[in-house]
Write a protein that binds this ligand. Structure first.
Ligand code: CO
Length: 158
C-alpha cells in the first residue's frame, strides 16, 4: 500500500520518534512493507516513519539496489572528516541542498527480523543514514546547512 508523505511544515516532522518495542509486531511488519513499497515507487533513497505520519523510530533506505530496514537505529560513531552531500527530501518537494555530512558512520539497529546489527558506511549510504536518522530525531536537512549571511542590499541612487 502506498503511503501519503507528510511535507514541511507538518509538526510530526519535528517530533522525536518513539522507540519500537516489538519489531516483529504485525503492524510494524506491515508498516515496513508499505514504507519500502512507497520508497521504491517514488524512487527515493530513504524514508522515515514520521514522514508517513507515524512517530516511530524506523526508516528504510535503498542504496545500490540493497534495501536496509533500520529499527531503532543509533549512530554510534562518526568520522570527523566531512563531505558535501547533494540531498533531496520527499518532505521538501523540488528542493535540493548541499549538506555537510560525516564521511563515515557506524550505526546500530535492529533489522526487520528484530536481530541486532551494526554497519559501517561511507558515501551515499553514510549520508542517507545521517539524513534518515536525523528525521527520526525531528531534525531536517535544512537545519544542517549554514544559514546564508544576510547582506544589506545596496540602494540604487540614480
Ligand atoms: Co528526508
Amino acid at each position: 500500500m502506498l503511503l501519503e508523505i507528510k511535507e514541511n511544515p507538518d509538526p510530526i516532522l519535528r517530533k522525536k520518534t518513539a522507540k519500537i518495542k516489538d519489531a516483529l509486531a504485525p503492524e510494524v511488519q506491515q508498516l515496513i512493507l508499505n514504507m519500502t513499497e512507497t520508497m521504491q515507487k517514488i524512487k527515493g533513497v530513504g524514508l522515515a516513519a514520521n514522514q508517513v505520519g507515524l512517530s516511530l523510530r524506523l526508516c528504510v533506505i535503498e542504496v545500490e539496489k540493497e534495501i536496509y530496514t533500520l529499527i531503532n537505529p543509533k549512530i554510534t560513531a562518526k568520522s570527523k572528516k566531512r563531505f558535501q552531500s547533494e540531498e533531496g527530501c520527499f518532505s521538501f518537494p523540488g528542493i535540493y541542498l548541499t549538506v555537510p555530512r560525516a564521511n563515515e558512520v557506524q550505526v546500530r539497529f535492529l533489522n526487520k527480523e528484530g536481530k541486532p546489527q551494526k554497519i559501517k558506511a561511507s558515501g551515499l549510504l553514510s549520508s542517507a543514514l545521517q539524513h534518515e536518522i536525523d528525521h527520526l530525531d525531528g531534525v531536517l536537512f535544512i537545519d544542517r546547512i549554514k544559514k546564508p549571511k544576510v547582506e544589506k542590499t545596496q540602494t540604487q541612487t540614480n
